[in-house]
Write a protein of this length. Sequence first.
Length: 131
Amino acid sequence: METEKKQFTYRGKTMDELKKLDAREFSKFLTSRERRTINRQFNDIENFVNKCKEKISKNKIIKTHKRNIIIIPQMVGMKIGIYNGKTFVPVQIVNEMLGHRLGEFALTRGKIQHGSAGVGATKGSKHKAKK
């Protein structure tokens, strides 16, 4: 039994075909909300991708506060530090992220870990001495 690696496609297009498209042409394959966002923020997205390409050639991690940038094919393979309000979360852009926003991959709220109840929080610990 031969196992062939399935080639990634996005809406019927291979990754090589998608990388040849610019952001506006790629937006035709997205849902309406993302398409409108790309058409309105076309210059921002193109400038961001160009800055990323410059910094990658210098082997620097790309840090950004722009969480609303939509991921386009030219960004696949980049490592981007996305600001979550406290730190820059390193995110490796992969094929499956196409059409999503950067902020979706850097969560702003962490997982809550509750400890045990404090003194006076329960009826059983209400009358214990507080030292």
